[in-house]
Design a protein around this ligand. Structure first.
Ligand code: NAG
Length: 309
């Protein structure tokens, strides 16, 4: 009998540039609407009907839709922007207790008061790729807008790739409360790679209870904290570039219990870390790592909207 338990399929290649149009990481099984024929929507009500219907669908948004409020996406959907200026303002998406959703090539900005731009709650198998998220900057009431991308209530198997997050207080909260261990423990498995984070105050992401893999991203002008591991969460932080970042990786901030972190091959330019507990998790999936030397140019060319379609 073979000892499969000790066989790790840990394959990280540093030579090849990571494919810009590929899905890797915890969300790798996501297929969304698959090969369904695309439908294009150009009003809030058409969008709401299309993403809320049963069954697999590919929904294209043709431009910016304003003041739709929060729209729920049901299972087996791909929602994708056409061109480089499609998305939502004055609203956002929620994926609540649904499975298998892809959100790509969309701008999300200036949500309604008190709401996230995109919220995952009890959501599984989700790929958030090549989008742009922002609010009004690190200014005004920090709770007027909520998170850019929040992932809570035992959401699981999520990949967040090639996005640009900028100009807001609260980035990406994974696990909303110290007192939610019963629901969240063993879930909240998220991969963040090839993202740009600019001028966001904190939570890039903040992770409670779950497991996070954060690689090949560039963080610039982060005044409070970057990757915040708490309540026993495990994070692997590798091959990122941090420019002017306070607490780029931290494990003892803001919660009752500390988290765990492993950091390797990161570049710190005027950036600090505070890792109090060394982590033990490493990925069992394969993924391509780019060299940090090339990362800023790769991401400025290939992250955000207008790249995939
Ligand atoms: C270093 O980074 C901090 C943010 O953590 C920033 O406030 C400060 O201005 C930076 N220093 C320089 C010399 O850029």
């Amino acid at each position: 009998m073979f000892a499969f338990a000790s066989l790790y399929l840990f394959v990280a290649s540093v030579s090849a540039q990571a494919a810009v149009d590929a899905l890797a990481g915890f969300g790798a099984s996501t297929t969304g609407g698959g090969s369904a024929s695309p439908v294009t929507v150009s009003s809030c009500s058409d969008l709401e009907d299309a993403v809320g219907a049963d069954g697999a669908a590919v929904i294209q948004i043709g431009g910016i839709l304003s003041d739709c409020g929060v729209i729920d996406i049901e299972s087996d959907k791909t929602v994708i922007g056409v061109g480089s200026n499609a998305g939502l303002t004055g609203g956002g998406f929620r994926i609540k207790n649904a499975d298998n959703v892809i959100i790509r090539n969309l701008k999300f900005y200036l949500s309604q008061e008190g709401d996230d731009l995109v919220a995952l709650t009890g959501a599984t198998n989700v790929w958030i790729d090549h989008n742009e998220f922002y609010n009004a900057g690190i200014t005004g009431d920090k709770d007027y807008y909520d998170g850019l991308l929040d992932i809570t209530h035992a959401s699981d198997y999520v990949t967040v790739s090639w996005n640009i997050f900028h100009d807001h207080w609260k980035g990406s909260l994974v696990g909303h409360s110290d007192s939610n261990a019963d629901e969240d423990t063993g879930h909240l498995r998220v991969t963040y790679h090839h993202n740009i984070w600019n001028n966001v105050n904190s939570r890039l992401p903040s992770l409670r209870f779950g497991t996070g893999h954060i690689y090949n991203s560039v963080f610039t002008d982060i005044p409070t904290s970057g990757i915040n591991s708490r309540m026993g969460a495990q994070v692997l932080v590798e091959s990122n570039v941090f420019n002017n970042v306070e607490l780029a990786v931290v494990t003892d901030l803001d919660s009752d219990e500390e988290g765990y972190a492993v950091e390797r091959n990161n570049v710190y330019n005027n950036a600090t870390t505070e890792i109090t507990q060394t982590g033990s998790w490493s990925p069992s999936y394969s993924y391509d790592l780019d060299s940090t030397d090339d990362l800023e140019s790769i991401l400025s060319a290939s992250a955000g909207v207008g790249v995939v379609n």
